[in-house]
Design a protein around this ligand. Sequence first.
Ligand SMILES: Cc1ncc(COP(=O)(O)O)c(C=O)c1O
Length: 380
Amino acid sequence: MAQNDMSKDLEEIVKPLVREPLLSIRPYVPGRPIQDVMREFKLDHVIKMASNENPAGPSPKAIAAIQGMLQDLHRYPDGAAQDLRSAIASHVRLPETAVFVGNGSDEVIKMIAETFLQPGDELLVPFPSFSQYDFGAQIMGATVVPVPLRSAFEYDLDLMREHVTEKTKLVYLCSPNNPTGTSLSHRAAAHFIESLPEKVIVVCDEAYLEYVDTPDPLRSIDWIEAGKPVLSLRTFSKMYGLAGMRLGYAIGNPSLIRYLHQVREPFNVNAMAQAAAIAALGDEAHVMKSREMNRLGKEQLYRGFERLRISYIPTQGNFLLAEVGNGMLVFQELQKRGVIVRAGFPGIPEYIRVSIGTTEENEQFLKALAEVLGKSKELR
Ligand SMILES: Cc1ncc(COP(=O)(O)O)c(C=O)c1O
């Protein structure tokens, strides 16, 4: 029998072969899966409020659409995702050539980097914000320039404008911003976009767009229609409740979209995701139910934090930041009580981010948090 030498350490041979920019990338830390926490803490009931998923679940129409296509799984999906792009195009009232779909907007973010960035280029990102923007730039060897938000986590677009240089190729605006929940007004963003050199591409990540409830929300389509080099990123993972399916999309000028196809895998969006997303887009009732659930859950958490005298950042998304002292410690202690949240975001160690859940989940979270902080009597 051949000897199994798998245990041999090849690190010294392999590491010098790896592309230099990859060596300094820190892996993405996702919200912990429920099963992991159940196993580690020997719990039989754990709730996850860590990944900004939709607590109302997927649209029943999406479930039916997936069930209806299972017998065709031996077929490759439509690589061009024609029907899906057409459904999205009528949803956003733009031509199909303006729509690009990906295996989650995570994949689209990576493809934007692969298409446009190379060593020497600069990418401006808000800080703190979604770490995948940095990841995309890092794998391409481009330079990430973080631009701090103001003290209450509002955007400082004047500061962002000051950071634009000859080397700036992409600017990310995330609104509502993850993890802060703060959002940009259309007016402020429009002023900023007008001020940019023509060759700077602005990517508006609007993953939480459907939750926004402000008088002047971003209307990125206006800029796309006006011929600006703007991409808007959207996802089926949040309001549409299909995070497990992996489906996100970009809309933008067809000249931008055309080049994204250069780095696209032939079948990057699977057949179930395509069917589910078309059905979900047509399920307005589920969207309305989810939005209302989020609105009520938000009020419940706000009231809970106020009773516990914990300061929080008012949110335009389906998650919010709460200031708890030592975020990582509170995160650990909450896990022991069967509640998974997120903590340890760069630059804001004193916060935890909690995704808004069902009434019962929000209650369980508040109870556990009160216990961890020694404030249980405040909730009585
Ligand atoms: C701002 C933002 N953009 C993109 C994503 C990724 O979404 P998707 O599931 O479509 O990859 C997330 C997920 O949390 C997010 O918060």
